[in-house]
Design a protein around this ligand. Structure first.
Ligand code: GLY
Length: 586
């Protein structure tokens, strides 16, 4: 063991040094007040479920993770791998992976310091009108926005993945699609989780003979574990895209099948809707939190704005000193969540149609005013909170994956069909499951969507408009390099899940596995209840109840797929709340 010899005092207290010390003290005080201090984080000191040195993929499908890793090993970059994962999950994770839905991809390239947010959210068909989703009394008819053929927005996934590859990737579309085509053509063994999720939607799927034909055996019985799910029509569609690019989907033979099926069945999506669909590259929303840089998804997702707004508020509280999931920490978080979700209902929508005051909402100054309204002892008075609906158990299905490559390029992608298996309707001859994303519009002001989220004018339905989302793909930088790549599933729970992954790592010094596994809480203002997963201590629940919270302990929340890179090592964790995922690196 080597001795450490100090030959001279580190500092001699001269007047010059004293003034230097004072200047440092002043700087640190101001920095702390603005939340610029950065807590130390050493994840190498504890266990990790997966680690690597070169690259990593974390997704909810082991097939997709491996397909993405193969691309990284061949020398592809994170975008190549992410696009490969996205197409593969359309085959192996049909509850949320998709061609018939939409989503968001956040990219950060440390070499050029470039950050991009690819928006491939679905759009309302040009023929869509609000009246189509109302009942005879003028109220929202959720059967129409969630179940039937008019529940689908114009899909964006194929355009989004192709755009990402074209602009930031290095491999061909054919290479990115190869694993998906193979798995659709030859099938893959189904597992318990796939069977369970299909059983839950079977009644809904019965409205689509095409879906029943693909996802159930003849006579409607379920596949047994280990039997192969073969999707020949989906393989046909994927091959058309590999041959002719996204045009096959939006203008070619696939587009013809989609628009033909729509016009024969009273659907809204036309050839024109498909031909005019465009994925967009937007500026990510940016913030800082305790010395880390936060990049996340801008509108039409509410995710990034709300995440940064909540972090800005939380930065004003010494969260770490309260203790993880202490009553005090949960109280402050819940109040920040309520304030942010109130803004969501009021201000957020598609920025191509409405003005969203993003700069104000994510400013430190705005958060200062909001956080001053938080009573440290008790929740905001309930007479200021209006009753909302309860989210149904079925909702909240989406999927997230995170990727990092050997150059440190990072991708955080969340995409969805909205519900599990979307509307449950498959377009015959294509294997494409359609989304039921029209429910994410505010059909009537104040009426909650499937996640209990309300909204008003900003998120009102309009032809060609993108419906508001909560998806929150996020990349956190430390010293200019991707440090934490994360995102989650869960409808309205997505944003608070991502928030807690971040605070668990940054404030509470957890490693990525602990940050993922830890018990989650959620408040979205309406309904006026603090939701928790089971596992909070009885003492904490008692303290929160005494403060005035109505506490509902129930289902698990979200499913985060995260990567942390630190000290030359990459650590990843897939969320145990949903089996079947894989965090793997090389
Ligand atoms: N469909 C759920 C979301 O986009 O937030």
């Amino acid at each position: 063991m080597r001795n450490l010899v100090i030959n001279k005092p580190l500092l001699s207290l001269t007047a010059k040094n004293l003034s230097l010390l004072f200047a440092i003290f002043l700087f640190l005080t101001i920095a702390a007040a603005e939340g610029a201090e950065r807590p130390e984080f050493d994840p190498q000191s504890r266990f990790h479920p997966a680690y690597a040195e070169h690259g990593m993929v974390v997704s909810e499908s082991e097939y997709a993770t491996r397909a993405g890793l193969d691309v990284l090993r061949e020398g592809g970059n994170a975008i190549d791998a992410a696009v490969t994962v996205g197409f593969t999950m359309a085959v192996t994770y049909p509850r949320a992976g998709n061609l018939g839905g939409g989503g968001f991809m956040l990219i950060y390239l440390p070499g050029t310091k470039e950050a991009a947010a690819i928006d491939y959210r679905e759009k309302a068909p040009l023929a869509a009108r609000n009246e189509m989703y109302l009942d005879e009394k003028g109220g929202a008819d959720v059967e129409k926005s969630r179940q039937g053929i008019i529940a689908s927005g114009v899909p964006g996934t194929v355009a989004g993945l192709a755009l990402a590859l074209d602009k930031y990737g290095t491999i061909t579309l054919e290479r990115a699609l190869r694993p998906a085509i193979g798995l659709a053509e030859n099938g893959f063994p189904v597992d318990e989780e796939l069977i369970r999720s299909l059983t839950r939607v079977k009644e809904r799927m019965k409205a689509s003979p095409e879906s029943m034909k693909i996802f159930f055996k003849e006579g409607g019985s379920s596949y047994a574990p280990g039997e192969r799910l073969i999707q020949k029509d989906l393989a046909w569609t994927l091959r058309r895209i590999a041959e002719s690019g996204p045009d096959a989907f939006y203008e070619g033979t696939v587009a013809e099948r989609i628009s033909g099926f729509m016009s024969e069945n009273g659907g809204l999506i036309t050839k024109k809707d498909l031909a005019s669909y465009e994925a967009l590259v937007r500026e990510p929303v940016r913030g800082t939190y305790r010395g880390y840089d936060i990049y996340s998804m801008p509108p039409p997702s509410s995710g990034g704005v709300l995440l940064i707004e909540m972090l800005n508020m939380l930065e004003r509280f010494p969260l770490a000193s309260y203790g993880h999931n202490s009553a005090r920490a949960i109280h402050v978080m819940a109040e920040c969540m309520k304030l942010a979700y109130a803004d969501r209902a009021e201000y957020l929508g598609d920025p191509d149609f409405v003005d969203v005051p993003v700069a104000r909402l994510i400013s430190k100054e705005y958060a200062r005013g909001l956080s001053a309204r938080i009573d440290p002892e008790s929740p905001a008075p309930s007479d200021k909170i209006h009753p909302g609906g309860k989210p149904p158990r079925e909702g909240g299905n989406t999927t997230h994956f995170s990727v990092i490559d050997k150059w440190g390029n990072a991708v955080s992608n969340t995409y969805t069909l909205n519900f599990n298996y979307g509307s449950g309707i498959t377009v015959p001859g294509t294997g494409i499951l359609l989304n039921n994303e029209m429910d994410d519009f505010s059909i009537t002001p104040g009426t909650p969507n499937a996640y209990g989220l309300t909204g008003g004018e900003h998120n009102a339905l309009a032809p060609g408009k993108r419906m508001l989302s909560s998806m929150t793909p996020t990349i956190v930088l430390r010293d200019g390099k991707p440090f934490l790549i994360t995102g989650s599933v869960g409808g309205s729970l997505i944003i608070t899940t991502v928030l807690q992954v971040l605070t668990n790592v940054i404030d509470f010094g957890m490693n990525v596995a602990e940050a993922t596994y830890a018990v989650r809480v959620h408040h979205q203002r309406l309904p006026d209840e603090l939701r928790t997963e089971s596992g909070l201590s009885a003492d904490t629940i008692k303290l929160l109840s005494e403060m005035g919270y109505s506490i509902v302990t129930g289902d698990t929340m979200g499913s985060a797929q995260s990567i942390v890179k630190i000290g030359g090592y990459i650590y990843g964790a897939t969320d145990p709340r949903r089996p079947g995922g894989l965090a793997e690196g090389y």
